[in-house]
Design a protein around this ligand. Structure first.
Ligand SMILES: Cc1ncc(C[n+]2csc(CCOP(=O)(O)OP(=O)(O)O)c2C)c(N)n1
Ligand code: SF4
Length: 278
């Protein structure tokens, strides 16, 4: 069986849930491909994986994959995931969110999950808007760009999701784009292998909302924009500040060791029970 057919049969609910809801050309499909290839490489059994999402075009993803899945409320995916991880620590819990889900309504949960360093992987598709509900601006809509709720110009400044994750305490943060699919595969593999709060931010395109309003062209042209504005972390280290002005970094932004929430909690539990001295 061809590799792609094997992956589809193994990991997608191909005979039950398709066709999917995404617009033709949306970057979320590319992200789904990377996700199943990376999971396949990690060697986890399907029953050991839980995929949790909130709501949105990105949040729709768990419907299509054949793991344990949970399609929860907008902005609360990390709270459901936290509960699952604490109740069943042996499970690999992966959370899929849009930028609205992760850093608007769910922003508080995001920074605190990172601060706690709970063992979860957060995959965030950053397409700069609320895609599913019609292209309203989100905390990652760039200054000066249009959305359906900033029809003249957005006057707010955007969050940098990856930098926020680093500052809040994540042990692994990687950023890729849907144009750089191979890099995405490897970032996801690394994030899944990490113990602690790991984040992969994926720069994607919503050509039917954000792209249309800002005259950024087709899905392909928006991916060409990603290609032309992304710079690897290694290359960025050799560039001057002025050269990096309209660029963003891709690759591994941080990979460090910090105490993991479940281990710390278990320590306190043993002290409290008197089975271990402080
Ligand atoms: C509590 C709550 N507020 C608002 C909504 C409406 N809503 C559904 S999806 C969405 C935005 C999704 O945007 P994002 O998370 O960026 O994902 P995308 O659709 O762009 O992938 C909103 C506001 C909701 N479902 N629940
Ligand atoms: S509305 Fe945007 S994010 Fe949603 S499926 Fe269409 S292109 Fe993708």
């Amino acid at each position: 069986m061809a590799e792609i057919t094997r992956l589809i049969h193994e990991y997608l609910r191909h005979d039950k849930k398709f066709p999917h809801v995404w617009c033709p050309g949306c970057g979320i499909g590319i992200m789904l491909g990377s996700l199943i290839r990376a999971i396949d490489k990690t060697g986890y059994k399907k029953d050991d994986i839980v995929l949790v999402s909130g709501i949105g075009c990105t949040g729709r993803l768990p419907v299509y994959v054949d793991f344990n899945t949970l399609h929860t409320t907008h902005g609360r995916a990390l709270t459901f995931a936290t509960g699952i991880k604490l109740a069943k620590p042996r499970l690999k819990v992966i959370v899929i969110m849009g930028d609205g889900d992760a850093v608007a309504i769910g922003g508080n949960h995001f920074i605190h999950a990172a601060r706690r360093n709970i063992d979860l992987t957060a995959i965030i598709v950053n397409n700069n808007v609320y895609g599913m509900t019609g292209g309203q601006y989100s905390p990652t809509t760039p200054y000066g760009m249009k959305s359906t709720t900033t029809i003249y110009s957005n006057v707010e400044h955007a969050f940098n999701i990856s930098e926020l994750a680093v500052t809040a305490g994540s042990v692994f943060v990687g950023r890729g784009t849907v144009y750089h699919a191979k890099l995405l595969d490897s970032l996801m593999e690394k994030a899944f292998a990490k113990v602690g709060f790991s984040v992969v931010e994926i720069i994607s395109h919503c050509h039917t909302q954000f792209g249309r309003l800002n005259r950024m062209g087709t899905a392909v042209e928006m991916m060409q924009w990603q290609r032309d504005h992304a710079v690897t972390v290694e290359k960025a280290a050799q560039m001057k500040k002025e050269e990096l002005k309209d660029k963003f970094k891709i690759g591994v932004l941080i990979d460090r060791e910090l105490p993991v929430y479940q281990d710390e909690y278990e320590k306190v539990r043993r002290w409290a029970k008197g089975s271990e001295k402080r």
